[in-house]
Ligand binder design. Structure first.
Ligand SMILES: Nc1ncnc2c1ncn2[C@@H]1O[C@H](COP(=O)(O)OP(=O)(O)OP(=O)(O)O)[C@@H](O)[C@H]1O
Ligand SMILES: [Mg+2]
Length: 656
């Protein structure tokens, strides 16, 4: 039922002004309201002036309740003319039973032909049923635009909410007729607020207003989330959460509310609404290993590297793997036939086990080393470019929940489980990650390699350009060849823009490597080369020309970390320096590091450690050290830079 404030006033005054059912004389106010030059021919059986006030009250109540049920129905209201019972429209009894009276149902006619001036029904009213036009004239304004007769539709609208009790004042004021007993004082005192009745069934609000309501905690717990068929991968569905539901990606150790990731598309957000905790598995986990920076990882230092870039699976790795989905909360696994809580990527590609070539999967081995590739360069690439750092799980990347989900859904899953039916599109083999420096693009590339169980080869644009165009091209080809030799492989090319155009540092060979790069992308990721994923990263996406841009099937914006993510990165970095800030200090630090990238947050902590005299371990880092470091380390990306990323994302990015 629609309730608008304008209904309040007429409703409040209704008993006195509009329900003078025992009188045949309309109120002066209504005389003025009626359209001039016509007679009102609308008749209401239940308002006939010949019936007693008590009968009228009962009838009014009865039919008001009846029709209010019609009007209250959740379905779209038909126009009044659309009701089967046309008698209702003209005020006759809207009842299947025949109305006890000699008259035939009042004919449907123009209802605003005028106001009858006499009681005799000379205006065409059928004396028995709708003899009294008074109520029609006195009823409030029509509720519906198409309702020629405002009365009948208005009456049921209000009457159900106002029992017979409120009618009494109107009747009591009348004389002559058999009056009903005076209403109980409770019905009169205190008077209902305008438009609302304390006892009305329609507007049955508590007298004290909403403030008197118990808090949300008293509400029944929300229903269990429905099965999410779109999570075809078998993502674990969380068990029903207690009320109130905790914020989604925010870790329990922080007081921050879950902040929506910047740039999350409405579509994805809307999809997420139904799957509470969708990003739970991406929740940042405390540090388990040294800094996640690639440079800080020792390469094959203890012989644990399995050749595919990752260390041997420690005992209990399966539990750790299922933990990525759990995040401490027991989760129910959806019944996907493909994915389960087991760590599929690692299980699927143990020790580079070749997958059957007929499947067209990501791990199809290429067999012999590619012809025409310099063996020396190949060995160089293999020895220098293969990254043997520890695996990076989704949970090792703070924040970026929507991006991680997009990468997994649009890249990892299609690569691991390519569609089996013929003619299906080939999963993407190239992805471009762009965003401010230090935002975690390389970290995400490493994470992709982990998720795919792939060998990770890392290249840096600046490194390729430095020795000159010819040598750079040779290294580039060698890197692609090495990747093809070690499928499944992820080739991570950072600073991609350095290969394409001049940088500020004025390196030579700028742009000279574009042609070799395009050739490698076509050959290394083309239809004939399965098992290689190229991840390009850049902080200058505008430097990419169209030809290069088009070579990257997916393009995702890696944003700066939001508040909760900054808190996680800071806490982790400071913990590595032996510093534990209080929650309040951490919150202040998060506030003060707005616009910092993950890399800059790491620099900040290093600077704080240096201020404290580390590495001499003279004293632990304090909040003051970090504050002092803030004066030296600041965010590099300007708001203008960030705007340009957003613009580029809008034009060429894929959103997430
Ligand atoms: N979301 C994050 N969670 C955890 N650590 C992060 C995150 N983002 C960045 N870092 C850390 O910041 C450092 C820099 O990250 P990374 O090298 O991935 O940035 P990048 O975007 O590749 O930067 P560049 O554009 O300079 O290459 C790394 O130590 C990385 O672990
Ligand atoms: Mg990088």
């Amino acid at each position: 039922m629609h309730w608008t404030p304008e209904h309040a006033q007429p409703l409040n005054q209704w008993p006195e002004q509009h329900l003078d059912v025992s009188s045949t004389t309309p109120s002066p106010a209504h005389k003025l309201e009626l359209p001039p030059g016509g007679r009102q021919r609308c008749h209401y059986a239940w308002a006939h002036d010949d019936i007693s006030a008590l009968t009228a009250s009962n009838l009014l109540k009865r039919y008001a309740e009846k029709y209010s049920g019609v009007l209250d129905s959740p379905y779209e209201r038909p126009t009044l003319g659309g009701y089967g019972d046309a008698a209702f429209l003209n005020g006759a009894k809207g009842d299947p039973e025949p109305w006890p009276g000699p008259e035939t149902p009042y004919p449907l006619a123009s209802l605003h032909e005028g106001l009858p001036g006499t009681k005799s029904g000379s205006g065409g009213g059928s004396g028995g049923l709708g003899g009294s036009p008074v109520l029609a004239g006195n009823l409030p304004e029509p509720l519906y635009a198409g309702n020629a007769c405002g009365g009948p539709s208005a009456a049921p609208e209000y009457a159900a909410g106002y029992g017979g009790g409120y009618l009494a004042p109107g009747y009591c004021a009348q004389t002559g007729a058999a009056l009903p007993p005076p209403p109980p004082a409770a019905l009169l005192q205190p008077p209902p607020p305008p438009g609302y009745g304390p006892s009305g069934s329609l507007y049955n609000y508590p007298a004290g207003g909403y403030a008197a309501q118990p808090g949300y905690g008293a509400l029944p717990p929300p229903p269990a989330p429905p099965p999410a068929p779109y999570l075809t991968s078998g993502l674990a569905a969380p068990t029903p959460l207690p009320t109130p539901a905790p914020p989604r990606p925010s870790p329990a150790s922080y007081g921050f509310q879950g902040v929506a990731e910047a740039g999350v598309s409405l579509k994805r957000k809307a999809t997420d609404e139904g799957a509470e905790g969708r990003y739970r598995k991406y929740a940042f986990e405390p540090a388990k290993a040294p800094a996640a920076d690639g440079a800080s990882y020792p390469a094959a230092d203890n012989g644990e590297c399995r050749g595919n870039g990752f260390r041997a699976k420690p005992p209990g790795a399966a539990e750790e793997a299922s933990g990525k989905y759990a995040g401490g909360v027991p989760l129910k696994v959806l019944g996907s036939p493909i994915y389960g809580p087991q760590l599929e990527p690692f299980e699927k590609f143990p020790e580079r086990a070749p997958a059957p070539a007929s499947r067209g999967g990501f791990a199809v081995p290429s067999g012999e080393p590619p012809k025409g590739v310099d063996q020396g360069a190949l060995e160089l690439a293999t020895s220098k470019m293969v990254d043997c750092g520890p695996p990076v799980q989704w949970a090792d990347v703070a924040g970026q929940g929507a991006l991680k989900a997009a990468l997994e859904e649009e890249l990892v899953w299609p690569l691991l489980r390519p569609p089996a039916y013929p003619g299906s599109p080939r999963p993407p083999r190239t992805v471009l990650l762009f965003g401010p420096r230090g935002a975690g693009k390389a970290l995400l590339g490493r994470c992709l390699a982990t998720q795919l169980g792939a060998t990770l080869l890392r290249l840096r644009g600046g490194t390729l350009v430095a020795p000159g165009a010819a040598e750079g091209a040779r290294l580039l080809q060698a890197a692609f060849a090495a990747a093809r030799c070690r499928p499944p492989a992820v080739l991570l090319i950072s600073e991609l823009d350095a290969l394409l155009s001049a940088r500020d540092d004025g390196t030579a060979a700028a742009g000279a490597l574009q042609a070799p790069l395009l050739a490698c992308l076509d050959g290394g990721c083309g239809a004939g080369a399965d098992g290689v994923l190229v991840v390009g990263t850049t902080s200058r996406p505008a430097a990419l020309d169209e030809a290069t841009r088009r070579r990257f099937a997916l393009r995702f914006y890696v944003t700066l970390p939001d508040g909760p993510a900054r808190g996680q990165i800071l806490q982790r970095a400071l913990a590595q320096q032996g510093c534990a800030l209080s929650e309040r200090e951490l919150a202040a630090l998060v506030q003060g590091t707005q616009g910092f990238s993950g890399g800059e947050l790491g620099q900040l902590c290093q600077q704080a450690a240096a201020g404290a005299g580390l590495p001499g371990l003279q004293r632990p880092i304090s909040y003051k050290d970090v504050e002092a470091a803030l004066a030296k380390v600041g965010p590099r990306a300007s708001p203008k830079d960030l705007d340009s990323f957003v613009e580029w994302d809008k034009m060429y990015g894929f959103g997430h």
